[in-house]
Design a protein around this ligand. Structure first.
Ligand SMILES: Cc1cc2nc3c(=O)[nH]c(=O)nc-3n(C[C@H](O)[C@H](O)[C@H](O)COP(=O)(O)OP(=O)(O)OC[C@H]3O[C@@H](n4cnc5c(N)ncnc54)[C@H](O)[C@@H]3O)c2cc1C
Length: 442
């Protein structure tokens, strides 16, 4: 009987632990062909002439793929790395290595699903099946207490029912050993320059080094609990700061260097030695991520496009180019907004509160088309994730069906705001802005 070979197409699941497609492929096949494609689609210019993927995120991605290759090599395998359209690359590799089937994780946002469809069609021409796996979420789709079409649009209802009626599955381990066919050319990692991007510059004011890959993700997870979640009995425990509840895991989660389940079960493990409120906040936020993904699965593009005209511009929003330029360059004159935008531009990361404030300011105060803000975040965020980004923006712009759900983090009154930021010289309380109350969820 001839050997069975499965091609594992890695996308936003750049890890060897708790990776269902990898484990399942190892179980089902004699040989595994792991492949990653740097798709030029993601490195082209967006409609406003900016890079779809900024240098900081692209560097993080290159590091993550390099780490995946290193981890696969430790398991006896390798990773084929190519730059090009996966719909052209994958059939070629499949023929070259006598592949019987191709596995990948299903995505939800339209650009990603379009690419899967193209790959599926091109594989079909050579009579190969692209097998879709459901991954990426904390709760497995099959374990939800409702079919996708009946998922409640209200986050509060979704949360209540899921937590009451569903369980998070245990994590899967890494395969012990992976056999690959004899790989003739595993390919080189691209450079930022070869992807058409400028070198990424690290800002000395950033307090987190975002280094891509599963190895760094596990380290970040461990450090988070070590630093912030000391047992109350430990007299040496550091007093938690205002931002200690932040895991800053989002860039690794976005690329699947770590799974939501891994984060969740680690939180459960620490629940008795840690601050319960912080643990609850972390797991609540993982659920927000699930919620946006499931909303995309349920509604597709409609989730973010109820008021979008055919041209893609919301019908009731002005373009206001100058205001948009001042917002993105951190030159609005409002120190809080400007500080967050400087931080975003310099580091690729701002916390959730900062994102809500600057997004709300652009939409409600400057009255600029929210899709421009979302596209700008797409370029700049190191943790860009389509469902989380576009879902959150649409939420703030009030265009999706989830209107009953409201944000947890209250916009604080001006005198409660942090008083200084290394991202702006003068730091004054924000005045005269009539924010909608984004608070009050649960
Ligand atoms: C306008 C706007 C755009 C956003 N764009 C993105 C994005 O592109 N990618 C992204 O990962 N998050 C996005 N978020 C959500 C959130 O701001 C970030 O996930 C969070 O700030 C990451 O920091 P953390 O890892 O310390 O989060 P923690 O507070 O430690 O939360 C743990 C994890 O939960 C998830 N999470 C937390 N809050 C949210 C949320 N509101 N929605 C969805 N998932 C959440 C993230 O994966 C995060 O790593 C956006 C929020 C807003 C308001």
């Amino acid at each position: 009987m001839s050997e069975k070979t499965i091609l594992v197409w890695f996308r936003n699941d750049l890890r060897v632990r708790d990776n269902e497609i990898l484990l399942e492929a190892v179980r089902k096949a004699d040989k595994i062909l792991p492949v990653y494609c740097f798709d030029p689609y993601y490195f082209q210019k967006n409609p406003s002439g900016n890079a779809k993927t900024g240098s900081l995120r692209a560097r993080f991605l290159i590091e993550s793929v390099a780490d995946l290759r290193a981890n696969l090599r430790k398991l006896g395998a390798d990773l084929i790395i190519q730059t090009g359209n996966p719909a052209e690359i994958l059939p070629g590799l499949a023929e070259q290595y006598d592949v019987n089937e191709v596995y990948h994780h299903r995505e939800v946002a339209h650009e990603e699903t379009d690419i899967s469809e193209q790959v599926e069609a091109s594989l079909w021409k050579i009579k190969l099946n692209l097998k879709h796996f459901i991954g990426h979420t904390l709760y497995h789709k099959e374990d939800l207490p409702f079919p996708i079409k009946d998922i409640p649009d209200s986050f509060a209802v979704f949360k209540k029912k899921v937590e009451r009626d569903s369980d998070v599955r245990p994590c899967l381990g890494a395969p012990e050993l992976i056999s690959t066919p004899q790989i003739t050319d595993s390919g080189e990692l691209p450079t930022l320059r070869s992807l058409g991007l400028d070198e990424a510059v690290d800002d000395p004011r950033s307090d987190t080094a975002f280094i891509g890959g599963e190895t760094a993700a596990l380290n970040q997870l461990e450090q988070f609990f070590l630093n912030n979640y000391q047992p109350n009995s430990n007299k040496n425990a550091r007093h938690p700061s205002a931002t200690d509840h932040l895991s800053k895991l989002s860039p690794w989660i976005a690329l699947g260097c770590i799974s939501l389940r891994q984060v969740y079960w680690e939180a459960v493990k620490h629940q008795h030695s840690a601050n319960t409120q912080q643990i609850n906040l972390l797991t609540l936020n993982l659920l927000w991520r699930d919620y946006f993904r499931f909303m995309f699965k349920k509604h597709g593009q409609k989730f973010i496009s109820n008021k979008i005209s055919k041209g893609g511009i919301p019908l009731d929003a002005d373009s206001h180019d100058e205001l948009f330029e001042s917002w993105k360059n951190g030159k609005t004159g409002f120190p809080l907004i400007d500080a967050f935008m400087h931080e975003l531009n310099a580091t690729g990361y701002i916390n959730n509160y900062g994102r809500q404030v600057v997004a709300s300011f652009l939409v409600n105060d400057l009255k600029v088309d929210w899709t421009k803000g979302a596209a700008y975040f797409e370029e700049k965020l190191i943790d860009y994730s389509p469902a989380s980004n576009w879902g959150n923006w649409a939420f703030i712009a009030g265009v999706n069906d989830a209107r009953e759900s409201r944000y947890t983090i209250a916009v604080k009154s001006a005198n409660e705001l942090e008083t200084k930021s290394s991202f702006i010289d003068t730091w004054l309380p924000l005045k005269d802005i009539d924010y909608e109350d984004l608070s009050e969820v649960l």
